[in-house]
Design a protein around this ligand. Structure first.
Ligand SMILES: NC(=O)c1ccc[n+]([C@@H]2O[C@H](COP(=O)([O-])OP(=O)(O)OC[C@H]3O[C@@H](n4cnc5c(N)ncnc54)[C@H](OP(=O)(O)O)[C@@H]3O)[C@@H](O)[C@H]2O)c1
Length: 287
């Protein structure tokens, strides 16, 4: 990989940030990760402390992976979520662009209301959660950089890893013969962390400005995931007792019906093929 030679990964302790540090280091880039933990080898950066991102290392590109990422946490403390996910994030993005870096911001399918499957990139954002509203505002803050070809937004659907908490707790419970209660009415268009990284790498190495998507081909559900987990682990499917999610209790104003995003551009221009949801479930369980 020729470019970026020097990459800043903001939020190196998070699931995607950690994976991005390892991925781009393995490709030969010099990777500088940021952390908000004292006593770490990473560069200190707290999005609530502007002074911590006023002086940053000179790099070719930055991937912003930091944020308050729990939909429930954003709903419970909207002021903090706004500070981190919007003010801090956009301020940092502009600062890095002013230093000459290409800025890639990781957004989410949650900028949409989930009323349409495979939502197109040009649809106007219509979020139904505080988290989604934060992401939509941060995307709007990135528009200036996109217009100047110095930045991009990548909307990800749910990124699954073997460590994804819900999978781990279901496996534990099923193994112990305990019932699990997956949501029957919460959609899921999962992608693997490897697919997310492949998309990030493509955008960065081509310095592609614009709004991009990484999504599975079709929507599935947490209930389907539970059945794949039970089948994979040889557990009794009778232990699966689906429940209905109540929007307010999980941080939504209303329940989304879909979460998939359209990937026509990524397929035709970058040769990225959206995976099937079941393949993603199986690959994560097999890992
Ligand atoms: N994972 C997904 O399924 C998914 C899907 C769509 C979009 N995304 C987006 O992709 C990005 C990465 O997601 P992720 O799953 O890797 O998130 P994550 O595991 O929750 O990691 C978020 C990181 O942000 C850091 N952070 C939180 N508040 C901060 C602050 N005030 N200043 C600096 N850093 C702060 C956290 O630090 P600590 O470790 O110290 O808490 C953590 O390392 C996020 O923007 C997320 O919205 C993720």
């Amino acid at each position: 990989m020729m470019w970026p030679k020097r990459l800043l990964v903001v939020g190196a302790d998070g699931a995607l940030g950690r994976a991005a540090c390892a991925h781009f280091s393995a490709l030969g880039a010099t990777v500088i990760g940021t952390t908000r933990r004292r006593n770490s080898d990473h560069h200190f950066l707290d999005l609530t402390v502007p002074a911590s991102w006023e002086i940053l290392p000179e790099v070719d590109a930055v991937v912003i992976c930091a944020g308050v990422t729990s939909i429930v946490d954003c709903a419970q403390d909207p002021a903090r979520a706004m500070q981190v996910n919007v003010r801090g994030t956009v301020g940092l993005a502009w600062q890095m662009a002013a230093q000459g870096a290409f800025v890639l911001y990781l957004s989410s399918n949650q900028v949409f209301d989930g009323s349409i499957a495979r939502r197109g990139r040009d649809s106007a954002p219509c979020p139904v959660s505080e988290y989604g509203r934060n992401k939509a505002l941060a995307e709007a803050g990135m528009r200036h950089l996109i217009d100047r070809n110095t930045g991009a937004v990548l909307r990800l659907t749910k990124v699954m890893t073997p460590g994804t908490a819900i999978i781990q707790s279901w496996r534990r419970d099923l193994k112990a013969g305990r019932r699990i209660g997956p949501f029957s009415n919460l959609p899921l268009a999962p992608i693997s962390v490897d697919f997310a990284l492949e998309t990030i790498e493509t955008i960065l190495s081509d310095r592609q400005s614009g709004v991009f998507h990484a999504s599975s081909h079709e929507d599935s559900s947490y209930l389907s995931l539970a059945h794949v987990v039970a089948e994979h682990d040889g557990a009794d499917p009778g232990l699966i007792r689906p429940i209905e999610a109540v929007p307010g209790s999980i941080g939504f104003d209303s329940m989304p019906r879909f979460s998939s995003l359209d990937m026509q551009v990524e397929m035709s221009e970058f040769d990225l093929q959206p995976p099937s949801a079941k393949d993603v479930f199986r690959s994560v369980l097999a890992a």
